[in-house]
Ligand binder design. Structure first.
Ligand code: SPV
Ligand code: MN
Length: 610
């Protein structure tokens, strides 16, 4: 099964743990062929071509562009079947999807047994984070999907050399994936889709799926392992972008930001005039009295919906020019890709995630099938973007001066607020609520609590997770400021109060704040911008007249709504033993809101009143 040449490549790593994992995977999955992929460009080319040969990807008209389809029922992360393998029952506070370890292993092994019969097994080595960096972790990925392996080449740094540097240690994550039986190029045994995460042994088994959030070990699966690891080692693994925010006089301040899936995280990192370090996952460490961060990835697996020349000019430009990239689950007509919100006429027929498609086509529940899926994506290297930050590959990371937490909240929280201090900021992050989106299977638009935009991935008790955040800034020379944003506030008629581009002003205001340029107004929920400062920014940056009425409508505190939110937080947190600092923040927040209500004698307080 494994020929001499490939065996030699494996043996060159001189790592008995790697060797054992590969041998065990071969025994279990029974592939027809095993290929070890090193960091060489020949090997990377081989994977790129294999994805075309197996039919998992097809060439499009533009040079380097390919299309991949996931199965109709495999279009987003499957939370229900993503479980932790645990040898004993635990209570993490906010619920946990777990399965008893032996039972789970038996089940997933039975699905993986023979899953690669007649197929080729690819053995890959990657670095999570820049190479030669103390931030970074190593990952061994075994998969029978050339699409998964190809995606990882676009999204991560090569790590064969990094594994050589390991000098035989077992300090790496392991991911075994099989797409299972394919029909028309997509996984068919969806009812046997399983994603099982073993925190005790830093490994993940994923079977009968292709959607990248389920299949690509290095993305959200490695992230869960990393969060667990970070708690034990006093650093942070977060669902965060990293960006360079460009202030006056060539000043660059680096921000990280956590937003739930499909709530503006990528588009914040892509704000025109700024530079991007990463858009999804960050590792943060304290070095020489400062917080520094690296992007775990080197590419973007982004939502393509609404990427158009006006709202996302840089990504649109990258997606419509020749380069290596993968579209997934968009509409293909005449070998060209089309997607929702691209601001171009979408053909009435073509091929999409449901197969041959014509406008009006219904699924078996009688719902109309959209031309491209709402969670359709593009996979691209960051280096394809003109706005990549010059320090994106820096092994020592970038210094972080602010952290942003964002949610999707149509009726309560104001567009931007600065926390009173670090602990209050952690509280703001821990109380994010967001309306659900198409990034996970299930109903959309349901308000859900999502601490640090990380609920889906937190792999430790919530108490431990929050504690780790609280103590993270101990002994720091420079404590980053924390901001909470909400781009999705609506008026009574359901109209958004802000345009998609307004976020630029909120971010630039925060950049001014961390550099002591603006005064702020202290309110019960935190520090808010002064009208004059953001009026000036709207004028300067967007050539827009921002009126006092707009400011008043957007920044008025709806005390009752905020108190209702706090009631929901009490319900969530009262059964959990949380750090005292957190409980005190919650109490103090409620008290400040109640006092303001009494003092001003009204339910809605204008920012001009403070
Ligand atoms: C997200 O859903 O947060 C993503 C895409 O970044 S996925 O890989 O599916 O997690
Ligand atoms: Mn994400």
């Amino acid at each position: 099964m494994i020929d001499k040449m490939n065996l030699k490549k494996l043996e060159k790593l001189n790592n008995k743990y790697v060797q054992k994992k590969v041998e065990e995977a071969i025994k279990l999955c029974k592939p027809a062929k095993v290929t070890i992929i090193s960091d060489s460009s020949e090997d990377i080319d081989y994977v790129r071509k294999l994805a075309l040969d197996t039919g998992e990807e097809k060439k499009l008209k533009m040079e380097g562009h390919t299309i991949h389809f996931d199965g109709y029922y495999d279009q987003a992360r499957d939370k229900e079947h993503t479980k932790y393998l645990l040898s004993k029952k635990v209570d993490w506070g906010l619920g946990i999807n777990y399965i008893e370890k032996d039972k789970g292993l038996n089940e997933v092994h039975s699905f993986l047994d023979g899953s690669m019969a007649g197929k080729e097994m690819l053995v890959r080595f990657f670095s999570l984070g820049p190479t030669n960096s103390k931030f970074s972790l190593r990952a061994l990925q075994i998969t029978d999907s050339a699409y998964v392996a190809h995606s990882e080449d676009l999204l991560y740094r090569q790590g064969y050399q990094e594994f050589q540097n390991l000098q035989g240690s077992d300090n790496f994550f392991f991911f075994l994936h099989s797409a299972g039986r394919l029909k028309n190029g997509v996984s068919t045994d969806i009812n046997k889709r399983r994603i099982y995460i073993d925190l005790e042994e830093n490994r993940v088994f994923s079977v009968n799926n292709q959607y990248a959030g389920n299949s690509i070990g290095l993305k959200k699966l490695a992230f869960r392992l990393a969060i667990n690891k970070a708690q034990h080692e006093n650093w942070l693994a977060e669902h965060m972008f990293i960006m360079g925010v460009h202030g006056p006089k060539n000043r660059v301040s680096y921000f990280t930001g956590a937003f739930p899936s499909a709530c503006g995280k990528t588009s914040t990192a892509m704000i025109p005039g700024q530079t991007v370090v990463g858009d999804d996952i960050a590792y943060l460490r304290k070095i020489d009295g400062k917080v520094r961060a690296v992007n775990v990835e080197s590419g973007i697996f982004g939502i393509i919906r609404d990427v158009n020349p006006e709202d996302d000019p840089l990504i649109y430009q990258a997606l419509t020019t020749p380069r290596e990239l993968i579209f997934s689950n968009v509409l293909i007509y005449n070998d060209n890709p089309y997607w929702l919100g691209m601001k171009k006429d979408i053909p009435k027929e073509g091929v999409n995630y449901s197969g041959e498609w014509k406008k009006g086509k219904l699924d078996n529940k009688g719902s109309k099938i959209t031309p491209s899926h709402k969670n359709a994506r593009y996979t691209i290297r960051l280096s394809a973007l003109k706005n990549i930050d010059s320090r994106a590959e820096d092994p020592s990371g970038v210094p972080i001066s602010a952290v942003i937490y964002g949610g999707r909240d149509s009726d309560t929280t104001i567009p931007v607020v600065e926390s009173l201090d670090w602990a209050h900021g952690v509280f703001l992050g821990a109380t994010i609520e967001s309306e659900t989106t198409a990034a996970t299977l299930g109903a959309q638009g349901v308000r859900k609590h999502n601490p640090m935009a990380n609920l889906d991935f937190i792999s430790v008790p919530i108490k431990t997770y929050i504690e780790n955040h609280l103590k993270f800034v101990e002994n720091l020379e420079l404590v980053p400021r924390i901001y909470a944003t909400n781009y999705f506030l609506k008026d009574e008629t359901g109209q958004y109060l802000n345009s998609k581009l307004d976020k630029k002003v909120w971010i630039l205001w925060a950049e001014g704040r961390v550099n002591n340029e603006y005064k702020a107004i202290e309110t019960p929920v935190g520090k808010i911008p002064k009208y004059e400062d953001i009026k000036k920014l709207f004028n300067l940056e967007m050539d827009k007249d921002y009126t006092r009425e707009e400011y008043k409508q957007q920044f008025s505190l709806k005390i009752t709504k905020y108190l209702e939110k706090m009631e929901r937080m009490i319900k969530i947190y009262e059964h959990i033993e949380m750090p005292a600092v957190f409980n005190n923040e919650l109490k103090a927040q409620i008290l400040r809101l109640q006092e303001a209500k009494e003092e001003f004698g009204k339910e809605i307080i204008s920012p001009f009143d403070f």
